[in-house]
Write a protein that binds this ligand. Structure first.
Ligand code: DGT
Ligand code: CA
Ligand code: ZN
Length: 657
């Protein structure tokens, strides 16, 4: 079952359906065994969806399975023309494999891939719903997406079909539900959007003194399970406040409520006409609404008396691990700490909840709680029991002063219409200036990057044109005494063997090179050691400046490739100590947030500078740095640990040296 779900999730992840792998290799074998195993399996499903006969479908299923269990090296077998001698691989499939391995092409398979609606691929794999049934649903009811399947089941259109019935229909609904729950967590940007909307709506209710987001959202985890909101209100208002909350717009379902707690499922309408602060949020809300996303998120709301609020807020902010340490600190001082207060042991005896709360030591805010335990207030992002308890204690008082968004003076990794961006150099520059930045690093894609056969990267011969345009713009600003410059960098592909795209001469034209892996296929099919060696090779190149989105992960969609990130950071540290500038980026796109926050402290200890890069593909994308800052804070970083807090002149001279 989990296998089924993973399979669907993976299929759904590939927005727009499946695509045939494109080789990035310069010579055979162009396509790896793992890639072929996947493709053959996909072809079997696509054939079944398109109504091909069962014999053909099974041939591809068998082919995939046979290949997966083949012990001999595929390239050797293919080169020696022995592939059709393998039991389970016929002439047709043998030919397909040979063509893919030796030439990297797929015959006429592309038309099969193009023919099937992506939504149809998504519904295959919902428990009990294979390609055969998906095809019947498509032909008889026009069902071509998870959404349309859900609607059809709810309207009872599926059960009358011959061979389906009420039981199957319910099973699909349960399956869709399970799928959503399994996907379960929500990206930080979307979670915060819902969280802030609810926070604001509750704050405006009469009788509410304060409503504040707690939980993983307040700790700025990269994904959020459910929202936790703590509400402060005088006791005589609680009943009314709860009623008002239950009547807010945008609630898909009330899962339960009591005297001090409401458990909700929020839906998209929560975002409509919510008074949101900041343009990033509004943009995202619009996009979600445009896509008519039926994403929902759970929210737990706790209503407490004003004097209890700081304790409840601290408790539900977590993390659980941090709370456990805090409780121990309390015990060490003869105190008891929970969501209702901080009690001297003897006073709290035998009393629970609000009854016990009467006996608490008084704390007007969170910092009072920490102070009572001889500690500095710990910023919520750091409450993960990763050393903050020790650093906060009065005996050390060594918590870092965390970086804030206004510390940034520019960024190094952004795209324009020269590659896959949608704004011009000038438009991007204007947007950066309006953020108060002193520089904007342009790093369009490099030559080899193509998606679906379309070249995305800038061909070598067009690089000088971009240089000239940047020089021209920089001169204008200089003449006008405006402290702003574009930095002409490149997001240069790191090829599978660790070499960098473009010739040395071309790469030397750039002010900085953001080296990134994009052809994930071969990196994900290799082991950690090979990948680590290849990446280190890339980093050692004299033109290499910044490691872009280090693992290539897309949150909740795909894992990054296997890599020993500690080894990478260690090597970068050595190179920095030898006088080279080798920085690592926190890709601030909320889809990536890569480098992971858990590795930031290590990078800092190794003296590897961090860049917070929005990887913007349009002017609005620049705002993503905010998410990068949250992650940097979560990783204990201070302004001085971050390269793009330096001023424009400093950066210019650093990149020139
Ligand atoms: P999430 O929702 O999975 O993204 O993560 P959190 O951290 O929001 O966790 P959640 O919603 O289960 O609970 C919110 C906070 O409540 C959690 O961070 C710490 C506190 N908490 C929950 N359960 C426990 C517990 O069993 N022990 C302690 N000490 N604290 C807990
Ligand atoms: Ca939570
Ligand atoms: Zn990239």
């Amino acid at each position: 079952m989990v296998q089924d779900l993973l399979y669907v999730l993976d299929a759904m992840a590939k927005v727009g359906g499946w695509t045939l792998p494109i080789s990035r290799r310069q010579q055979a074998p162009y396509i790896s065994k793992t890639q072929l195993v996947d493709v053959l399996e996909q072809i079997a499903i696509l054939l079944e969806l398109s109504g091909a006969n069962g014999f053909r479908v099974r041939a591809y299923q068998n082919g995939s399975r046979t290949l997966a269990s083949m012990e001999e090296d595929l390239f050797t077998v293919v080169s020696e023309n022995r592939i059709v001698e393998i039991k389970g691989i016929g002439k047709g499939i043998g030919g397909l494999i040979t063509e893919a391995v030796m030439h990297g092409s797929w015959g006429d398979m592309k038309s099969l891939y193009d023919k099937i609606p992506p939504g149809l691929i998504e519904i295959v794999g919902i428990p009990g719903l294979g390609p055969k049934r998906a095809r019947i649903l498509y032909e008889s009811l026009g069902i071509d997406s998870v959404e349309s399947l859900k609607a059809a089941c709810e309207l009872d259109h599926v059960s009358p079909l011959s061979g389906f019935g009420k039981k199957s229909q319910q099973k699909y609904l349960d399956g869709i539900d399970l799928l959503r729950r399994y996907q379960g967590r929500t990206r930080m940007d979307v979670g915060l959007l819902y969280g802030r909307a609810l926070e604001e709506k509750i704050s405006q209710i009469k009788g509410v003194e304060k409503a504040q987001l707690a939980g993983s959202a307040r700790r700025r985890r990269e994904t959020i399970g459910d929202l936790d909101i703590v509400v402060s209100s005088p006791p005589e208002q609680h009943e009314n406040v709860i009623n008002e909350i239950l009547n807010l717009p945008g609630i898909a379902e009330v899962k339960g409520f009591g005297e001090s707690k409401v458990s909700l499922i929020l839906e998209q309408a929560m975002l409509s006409n919510s008074i949101n602060s900041g343009s990033i949020d509004e943009k995202l809300a619009e996009t979600l609404i445009e896509r008519n996303s039926d994403a929902t998120i759970d929210a737990q709301v706790r209503i407490v008396n004003p004097e209890t609020f700081p304790f409840t807020l601290a408790y539900f902010t977590g993390s659980k691990e941090h709370n456990i340490r805090m409780r121990q600190e309390a015990i060490n001082r003869g105190l008891r700490l929970n969501e209702f207060g901080l009690f001297p042991e003897n006073l709290a005896d035998g009393k629970i909840g609000m009854e016990a709360a009467k006996h608490t030591l008084i704390c007007v805010d969170e910092s009072d709680i920490y102070k009572s335990l001889d500690m500095d207030w710990v910023p919520p992002e750091m409450r993960e029991d990763m050393g903050e308890i020790e650093a906060a204690s009065f005996s050390k008082s060594s918590l870092p002063t965390l970086v804030v968004p206004s510390d940034l003076r520019g960024a190094f990794h952004n795209h324009t219409i020269y590659s896959d961006g949608t704004n011009t150099l000038e438009e991007m520059a204007k947007a950066a200036q309006s953020l108060g930045w002193e520089y904007l690093g342009i790093a369009d894609h490099s030559e080899t990057l193509n998606i679906g056969g379309r070249q995305i990267g800038i061909p070598s011969e067009k690089v000088p044109k971009q240089s000239e345009e940047i020089l021209r713009l920089n001169k204008i600003w200089k003449d006008e005494n405006i402290d702003f410059r574009l930095l002409h960098g490149s997001e240069c592909d790191i090829l599978a063997d660790g070499s960098l795209d473009y010739s040395d001469d071309v790469r030397n034209l750039f002010s900085h090179v953001v080296g990134s892996v994009h052809a994930l296929g071969s990196w994900r099919n290799r082991d950690e050691i090979e990948n680590t060696e290849a990446l280190i090779r890339a980093i050692e190149d004299p033109t290499f400046t910044i490691l872009g989105h280090p693992t290539g992960r897309i949150l909740q969609v795909r894992e990054g490739f296997p890599i020993d990130m500690h080894a990478i950071i260690r090597r970068m540290g050595e190179l920095n100590r030898e006088g080279h500038l080798k920085a690592i980026e926190i890709n601030a796109s909320p889809y990536r947030l890569d480098l992971d926050w858990r590795l930031c402290k290590f990078a800092k200890e190794q003296n590897v500078p961090i860049c917070i890069n929005p990887d913007a593909h349009d002017i609005n994308g620049l705002g993503d740095v905010w998410y990068g800052i949250q992650i940097a804070r979560k990783g204990w970083l201070e302004s001085s640990d971050i390269l793009n807090t330096r001023n424009g002149t400093e950066i210019e001279s650093l990149f020139n040296s």
